[in-house]
Every structure is written in C-alpha cells, then in structure tokens.
Write a protein that binds this ligand. Structure first.
Ligand SMILES: NC(=O)c1ccc[n+]([C@@H]2O[C@H](COP(=O)([O-])OP(=O)(O)OC[C@H]3O[C@@H](n4cnc5c(N)ncnc54)[C@H](OP(=O)(O)O)[C@@H]3O)[C@@H](O)[C@H]2O)c1
Length: 444
C-alpha cells in the first residue's frame, strides 16, 4: 500500500481559511473526487467537521485526540498508525491523506506520493501546507490548466514522488565477474531513473583467478567507461572505480591502481584472508560455504575466533595502510557463518567490529551498506548488520547504499529495503559522489 497526500495549495502555500477552502475550483474538486473515490481517506477532526459529514464513496478515517469523539459515518482513530493499519488490513492499495494542515504534516514522513494542485493566486488564509524539501520530492508529472468560467485561477495538477535512492556506486560487469557489459548496466540504470552509476570491477591480482579484472583488460576498461561517460553525458553521471582486494604482501598498493586506472574513487574490501605463516589464502566470500568451512579447519584448526580476528585484522591493516574512499561490505566474514559458528552478539565479536569502526572513523572513510547478501539470500541481514549500523550512526560515520550488482537486474535490489532500515535507525543522509565531490543526500 502506498500513502498519498492530496492537496490544493495557493502560490503562498495557503490551504485554508476559517476552517474552509479560500477558493471555489470545481475542476479541482472533481479531480480530488476522482482520485480518492473508492479508497480509504484520512482526515483531521477539524477538516471532517468543515465538511460536516463523511465524503461518500470512500472509507473516512477521522483522526482526533478526543477519546469521547464519535461519528456514525466513518471510523475514529487517535493515531496515524492506527489509520494506516486499518487501511492496510482492508487491502487498500493507495491510502489518501486529505488534510488539513496538521494531518498533512503528521503523515509527511510516511507519505510516498503527493497530488498537489498549485493554484496560481496569492491567498489570504490561516492554514498552510508544510514546505516540501525538494531534495526529497521529485516531480513526476504536471498538467497545466487555464482559468475558465468555472475556475477563477490558472492551476497545475502536479504529482510528486518521494526520491528513492537512485544511484549505485558498486557494480561488476563482464570486465570482472559480472554478467553483462557496462552499456547494459547503464541502459537499465537510465530505465530506473538513476542519476549516477559507478563501475567497480574487482582489482587485478597477481595470480590466476576467475573473478578479477585481468591486467590485459585494464586499458579496454578505462576506454570503455570513458566512451560511455561521453555518450551518456547529461543523462546519467558515470564513474570508473575499482573494488580493491586487499591482501597484505600480495595485492598491489591501492595508489598504484588509482593512478593506473584513473578512477573516480576506490572501494576497499577483503574477500581473501591471508592467515599468518602461510602463502595460501582463505576465500571467505565464494559461492560455496564448504570452501569457507574447509579454510576455517585448515588454517585456524576450526577456531572461529582466530579466523574472524584474522579477517578484521586484515581489514584494519587495509584501513590504516591504504588510501581509498569506501569500505566495502565491512562484515562480509559473517556471510557463510549464518549463526553456525558464532553469534554477532558475542562480546568478542563486537569488540573486533568496534576496533575496525574506530579506524574507519579516524580515517574519515565511508561505510558501504551493501544489499547483495539480502537479494542473493546468502545473508540474513545487510552488510553491516543492524548492531554495527547502530554503532556507525553513533560514531557519525557516513554511509552509502550500494547493491554490489553483478547483473543489470540487481542494480536496485533491496536498495529501498536498506534505505528503510537506515531511516528506522535514525540515519538522515547518505553519501553521493556528484561532479567529483562527495556530498550528502537527504534520506527520506
Ligand atoms: N486546500 C486543501 O486541499 C485542503 C484540504 C484539507 C483541509 N484544508 C483546510 O485545512 C483546514 C483544516 O486544517 P487544520 O490543520 O486546522 O486541522 P486538521 O488537520 O483538519 O485537524 C486537526 C485535528 O486533528 C486532530 N489531530 C491532530 N494531530 C493529531 C494527532 N497527532 N493524533 C490524533 N489526532 C490529531 C486534532 O483533533 P482534536 O482537536 O479533535 O483532538 C486536531 O485538532 C481547513 O481550513 C480546511 O478547509 C484544505
């Protein structure tokens, strides 16, 4: 179910006067009736009384703080959530908030869409529509109408929708282990209305493997993305990046690839843990949990604490020694655990996470909220998990939501889910790279 507001507003944001409308615009009234007919509507007690009765053909839900308040042509509730619950349980697909000002304001954080009729007149009134934050709302349609013998003012029927997260800076194409060309990803991103897309192939590694960008493909990668930047200029902002695989003593310095690949930013990640005293690597992130389990036995004698500690120790080394912007899926080590070897609540685990977060904060890095585990069903929570995200918020570490897509269909997978979790936790903004500068973008 989506929640919509429907409102008529003068140029100076007036919506009411003396508990009534300050204009008579029959076409707008017909528009209102047409949009809301058959739906549940939520009205404030004053607006309900201004009408004098329930609006027919709709389920009227009246909000009041008065516990004694009763009506016989609608439902009385005392909280907005109660109204939403009633509509939801009734199978409503679009719940309409029909005012007045107090109710619009109250419902704003939960509103997905606004049907706003802009009336081209400055009105004297006593009730105003709340100011809309245009970082949050995107105009999706507008229908200009002229005054006529029945409607005394020009007016626009405008529809706004809440801006979703419309960018993704973590993508793998067929240049590394993704499934499609960058062009296909861009076409899909444009189709989705994305404003920015970043390609972040797995950085080349000095040994044969099936997932990273090959050294001999680097120039092709640089050129392909450059051409696409030019081709789609003005339509979508495209970035070239790498997801750097940090393996101490094995992977190249991040600065080398920053320079060589002329990237816009770097994501630093640990997928392969190098246990002390061996040149072999523990692949913690593969598609098969058995490889994880075997490595745990082989390198750490089954001691999960030692193994997890090695992962975070390597992450810490990366943070301290390398220059990059985003920490990729910071707790990827939990992926094949799934409660089998340890609980993320355990104190020793929280201490390890805490140490890493402190380093991230001191280095002013951005933490990626990565949705891949959710849509691939390989993790029960986002990377990072809720507890870690709460600490990220307390430590005021900036975050970015990415889906780590390996196919164009995954570009926006679970992005809204991540956004909702962040909002629930009180995050107010996420980071975005815009014209080569990192900016915050309001989360709503
Ligand atoms: N231009 C438009 O499209 C449009 C649309 C609708 C209305 N309007 C105009 O808006 C004006 C009315 O707006 P308004 O802001 O004065 O009043 P309102 O929003 O219609 O109603 C306010 C009432 O809602 C109840 N309420 C508010 N917050 C609540 C909460 N958190 N929990 C439970 N109940 C709560 C209270 O009722 P109790 O006092 O009973 O507790 C409060 O007095 C009128 O002039 C009307 O014509 C214009």
């Amino acid at each position: 179910m989506i929640i919509s507001q429907i409102v008529a507003v003068s140029l100076n944001d007036v919506i009411g006067k003396d508990n009534g409308l300050p204009w008579h615009m029959p076409t707008d009234m017909a528009y209102f009736k047409n949009k809301t007919w058959g739906h549940h509507i939520v009205t404030g007690r004053r607006n309900y009384e201004a009408e004098g009765k329930a609006l027919q053909g709709r389920v009227n839900i009246v909000l009041t703080q008065n516990p004694e308040y009763q009506i016989d042509d609608g439902i009385v509730v005392h909280q907005m959530d109660e109204a939403i619950e009633i509509a939801h349980k009734a199978g409503e697909d679009e719940l309409f908030i029909v005012g007045g000002a107090e109710i619009y304001k109250l419902a704003m954080p939960k509103t997905d869409r606004i049907y706003l009729t802009r009336i081209f007149a400055n009105m004297v009134g006593d009730t105003y529509y709340p100011e809309l934050d245009m970082n949050t709302w995107k105009q999706v349609s507008i229908d200009n109408r002229k005054a006529d013998e029945k409607n005394p003012y020009d007016y626009d029927f405008i529809v706004y929708e809440r801006q979703q997260i419309n960018y993704n800076l973590h993508q793998h194409t067929s240049f590394s282990d993704g499934k499609e060309t960058p062009q296909k990803f861009i076409e899909q991103a444009i189709e989705l209305g994305f404003s920015h897309i970043g390609f972040s192939e797995h950085s080349p590694l000095p040994f044969s493997n099936p997932f990273s960008l090959k050294e001999e493909k680097v120039d092709d990668y640089i050129e392909t993305i450059e051409q696409l930047k030019e081709k789609y200029a003005g339509q979508i902002e495209i970035f070239r990046s790498l997801e750097m695989d940090y393996i101490p003593g094995v992977s190249e310095d991040f600065d080398y690839w920053r320079e060589r690949c002329k990237v816009d930013y770097l994501i630093g990640s640990v997928h392969l843990v190098k246990p002390d005293g061996t040149d072999e690597l523990w692949f913690t992130d593969g598609p098969d949990y058995k490889i994880y389990d075997e490595g745990l036995q082989k390198f750490f004698g089954g001691d999960i604490r030692k193994a997890v500690k090695a992962f975070y120790h390597q992450s810490n080394q990366m943070i301290e020694s390398q220059d990059f912007e985003i920490v990729g899926h910071i707790d990827k080590i939990k992926m094949h655990n799934r409660g089998r070897f340890f609980s993320e609540d355990e104190k020793w685990y929280r201490i390890l996470v805490e140490e890493t977060l402190e380093l991230v904060r001191n280095k002013n890095l951005i933490i990626e909220v990565n949705t891949r585990g959710m849509y691939k069903k390989t993790s029960d929570s986002l990377f990072p998990d809720n507890q870690t995200l709460k600490r990220v918020k307390e430590l005021k570490i900036p975050v970015i939501i990415n889906s780590d897509a390996h196919h164009p269909d995954e570009i926006n997978s679970y992005i809204d889910y991540a956004k909702d979790r962040l909002l629930e936790m009180g995050f107010k903004e996420v980071m975005i790279l815009n014209n080569q500068a990192w900016e915050t973008k309001a989360l709503a």
